[in-house]
Ligand binder design. Structure first.
Ligand SMILES: *[C@@H]1O[C@H](CO)[C@@H](O)[C@H](O)[C@H]1NC(C)=O
Ligand SMILES: *[C@@H]1O[C@H](CO)[C@@H](O)[C@H](O)[C@H]1NC(C)=O
Length: 272
């Protein structure tokens, strides 16, 4: 029996382990020593890892299709050269890697993340034939995990530091909210709602079913009146008992400070 349970437990653990690969992100930063901020950001990008984003650019003389994967490869491992963003010329099917995930930069602001893939294929003629580079601006959009991938511009009319600029929307770029309601406030809200339901429901019941008038419409009015009396009695007992029992002691100490204060002043507070 125990052995069976043990086996079941092991199977569950190994299933869990298989589901969560140790390498949470394939993006590599130069030098391969990620800072804490980079690690945190790459972790935030992880939900996008198995998505492909595509956009077709028909603006120039040629039509290009751009495919983006986030910290993953567009091709299967064997053929892959770590390409994270590729451009395909629709007419000639010529493929150029714009940026590779093993040369990633990532940084963020309050509601955006900038992902930069470098080490793309070299330009042929432009930009001193430097490697291509892709910049992907990911803006916060709470309504989508990933959408709206578009190319903004291709800057290649300079002699170096050219780049392709893209943008997309994603909820992973949204600021991490920590304004969750505390347990206490949830309980308070639930209590207030129940109280309101009780009073309104009771009122309706008393008025329309029982046919009560005036103060009698308040639900369980006799109970609450009795409870009120009980509370008053309790308060009377708790608040006054000490004053009564230590009356003499106080009088002894306080006589001179009290001055001309009349002694029968609190007599009317005593229960008759
Ligand atoms: C990234 O990977 C490509 C292809 O596997 C390789 O040629 C290149 O040297 C690598 N770049 C860096 C910065 O590691
Ligand atoms: C950038 O992301 C980090 C880690 O996810 C976060 O702690 C930080 O607040 C973000 N920066 C800004 C300016 O919001």
């Amino acid at each position: 029996m125990y052995a069976q349970l043990w086996c079941l437990c092991l199977a569950a653990v190994s299933a869990l382990a298989a589901d969560s690969p140790t390498l949470f992100n394939e993006c590599l930063v130069p030098g391969d020593k990620k800072s804490a901020a980079e690690t945190a950001l790459l972790k935030r990008l992880e939900p996008l890892k198995n998505k492909r984003f595509e956009v077709t650019d028909t603006d120039g003389p040629d039509t290009y299709t751009y495919t983006l994967v986030i910290c993953n490869r567009t091709l299967e491992d064997a053929k892959s050269t770590n390409e994270g963003l590729v451009q395909i010329n629709k007419a000639t099917s010529k493929t150029s890697v714009i940026g590779r995930i093993n040369d990633t930069y990532v940084f963020n602001g309050s509601d955006w993340i900038m992902l930069v893939y470098r080490s793309g294929d070299p330009y042929g003629g432009h930009c001193d034939n430097e490697p291509r580079k892709a910049m992907i601006m990911i803006s916060c959009n709470k309504n989508t995990l990933g959408d709206g991938f578009t190319i903004i511009s291709e800057e290649r009319n300079k002699s170096q530091d050219c780049f392709y600029l893209f943008e997309m929307d994603s909820s992973v770029a949204c600021p991490i909210e920590d304004s969750h309601l505390s347990v206490g406030s949830v309980l308070l809200i639930v209590f207030a709602v129940l109280l309101a339901l009780y009073i309104i429901g009771g009122f309706v019941y008393q008025r329309f079913v029982v046919g009560a008038k005036g103060i009698e419409q308040f639900p369980n009015i006799t109970f609450w009146q009795e409870l009120g009396n009980l509370v008053a009695d309790g308060c009377d007992f708790v608040c006054r008992s000490r004053a009564r029992s230590s009356e003499t002691a106080y009088r002894g100490v306080g006589d001179d400070q009290l001055g001309e204060e009349p002694e029968e002043r609190d007599d009317h507070l005593l229960p008759m």
